[in-house]
Design a protein around this ligand. Structure first.
Ligand code: NAP
Ligand code: MG
Length: 498
């Protein structure tokens, strides 16, 4: 059912205003609107609701009211509805990709991957839910034990701006499949595609099952996690806000999943084909404009090939086409906003100050007609592994590169970072690959092919990269609770208490 139609920016026809979507309809936000802008041109794309406490309260109320019927909807029907959502996302994907490219500033060709993952999420959970309830029921001494999986209730879900549709699908699909209702707060900086998707979903699901409240983190986001009638918190974003969400969950004793930052090592052994390894490394640090938690931004390259690898990595970086986000031939486009752009450029200053060497890049580039945007050159920085530039998340198209000599040393280097979301290894020797993979502190390890996302593979972080797993059957457990029922056919005889 895939469409091939390519949309023109002028034809997208956005709504002028996107208010909160509550109980199946778009409503007026209590606190008015804020502008949603095109990341590279600064043009106002639409206005989005500035969600606040009252909007959140209504949305949670709608989700609560919808919960009993949705929880009791047969799994075959929930599965069918999730497939319908996948079909609708598939049919509308070209338009939504264009909207998302304008909203985030990312190169449009990247969204082919984003939407493939997002559509697959709904299809995967449509299938997975049908086997989720294969339980551990068994006969016991005097009767029967039943282990039952039940939904949690109303879920609060908060997502970041970098990959909006991937994030929305990672949150929505497992929660809905498991029988929960929800309130989603998309990110202020890029939420229009998600709110358009919300309109599509409202045609498919019963009212109140999915509610969306756009707005600012401190306002709509905070009101959502603080709402007393929430049963689960699910958050993707930065470590500081993740801690805040985790703390709230702790105080309220709510189940929580957190997908946070990353600073992934990408280890290159000396036996690789260098050209192929350079291509894979380049994909690994530049995709998503460098604005992703899973990027392989700490290149650890064996001494024997370091010089040749580095030279070729620089040559490859020079060829990367920086251009307008919605041009299909663009490979690197605009960062989300000035704040992020300045943060990335500031990291390059930090790198220089701490004695790291910028081997290539490090500058902002101007793209005619898109002067508002922060287009940053792919940047390669020779650094010691303990420097801030090699330890902290930059969230821009930049990688550090560091030499290593022995395997134990590189494992230590790779693990010596607060994060543990992803890692990459490149080698022809599978024994080396698995010895290292087993010792890496990371939730996902990709050998010889970065971002090798496979449907159903658990995704989530070790250490400060988070708590819990998404993208896999494990996510259904994160959105379920277990009940054990033991039914006895023999009653305890009178006098048992004595
Ligand atoms: P962020 O500042 O933590 O924001 C994430 C979301 O939380 C946004 O919707 C934000 O709202 C909201 N928020 C902010 N303050 C809040 C509060 N007090 N209460 C409730 N919600 C609040 O992160 P970001 O800068 O947008 O995103 C980048 C970070 O996300 C990076 O660290 C990156 O590594 C991480 N990330 C992780 C994954 C993963 O799967 N592990 C995926 C993508 C991104 P507003 O932005 O609208 O104000
Ligand atoms: Mg935007």
């Amino acid at each position: 059912m895939e469409t091939t139609r390519q949309w023109n920016t002028a034809e997208v026809n956005l709504d002028k205003k996107y208010g909160p979507q509550i109980n199946g309809e778009m409503v007026e936000p209590v606190n008015g609107y804020i502008n949603a802008v095109n990341a590279s041109t600064g043009e106002v794309l639409a206005q989005i609701g500035r969600g606040g406490k009252e909007d959140i309260d209504k949305a949670v109320g709608a989700a609560r009211a919808a919960f009993p019927a949705w929880a009791e909807t047969p799994i075959e029907e929930r599965s069918m509805l999730l497939n319908k959502i996948a079909d609708a996302l598939d049919e509308n994907q070209e338009r939504l990709k264009l909207i998302e490219s304008m909203d985030t500033g990312r190169a449009i060709h990247e969204f082919d991957l984003d939407y493939k993952l997002a559509i697959n999420q709904f299809r995967y959970f449509a299938g997975a839910i049908l086997t989720h309830y294969e339980g551990e029921s068994r006969p016991v001494d005097n009767g029967y034990l039943i282990t039952k999986k039940e939904p949690l209730g109303v879920c609060a879900q908060i997502i970041p701006w970098n990959v909006p549709m991937i994030m929305a699908s990672f949150k929505l699909a497992p929660a809905l499949a498991a029988g929960n209702t929800l309130v989603l707060k998309p990110a202020e900086d890029a939420c229009i595609s998600v709110l358009e998707f919300g309109k599509i979903i409202s045609e498919i699901l019963p009212n109140g099952v999915v509610n969306m409240v756009p707005g600012i983190g401190d306002e709509a986001g905070q009101a959502l996690i603080d709402h007393p009638d929430i049963d689960k918190l699910a958050f993707t974003g930065s470590v500081p806000v993740g801690r805040l969400v985790g703390k709230t969950a702790g105080e309220r004793l709510l189940p929580v999943t957190l997908e946070l930052g990353g600073k992934a090592p990408h280890i290159v052994f000396p036996d690789v084909d260098i050209d192929t390894a350079v291509e894979n490394a380049t994909l690994g640090y530049t995709f998503f404009n460098g604005e992703s938690c899973i990027l392989g931004t700490r290149l650890l390259v064996h001494d024997d090939i370091y010089d040749e690898f580095t030279e070729k990595l620089i040559e490859r970086a020079k060829q990367i086409k920086i251009g307008p986000p919605t041009d299909r031939s663009t490979r690197l486009a605009s960062l989300i906003n000035e704040k992020q752009g300045e943060k990335v450029l500031n990291y390059f200053d930090i790198a220089r100050e701490e004695g790291a060497k910028i081997l290539y890049g490090g500058n902002r580039v101007t793209v005619p007609g898109h002067e508002h945007g922060y287009f940053i050159e792919p940047t390669i920085i020779e650094a010691e592994p303990n420097m801030r530039i090699a330890q902290e998340e930059i969230f821009g198209p930049a990688a550090t590169i560091t030499r290593w000599n022995n395997v134990e040393e590189v494992i230590k280097m790779a693990n010596d970072v607060e994060y543990g979301l992803a890692a990459g290894i490149m080698t022809e020797n599978m024994e080396n690959a698995f010895v290292v993979a087993n010792k890496l502190e990371a939730g996902s390890v990709w050998i010889n092919s970065y971002f090798n996302f496979q449907t159903g593979a658990p995704f989530g972080g070790y250490k400060n990269s988070g708590v819990g797993r998404e993208y896999s059957k494990q996510a259904l457990n994160e959105y379920s609770q277990l009940k054990t029922i033991v039914a006895a056919y023999k009653r305890p005889p009178l006098g048992t208490f004595l």
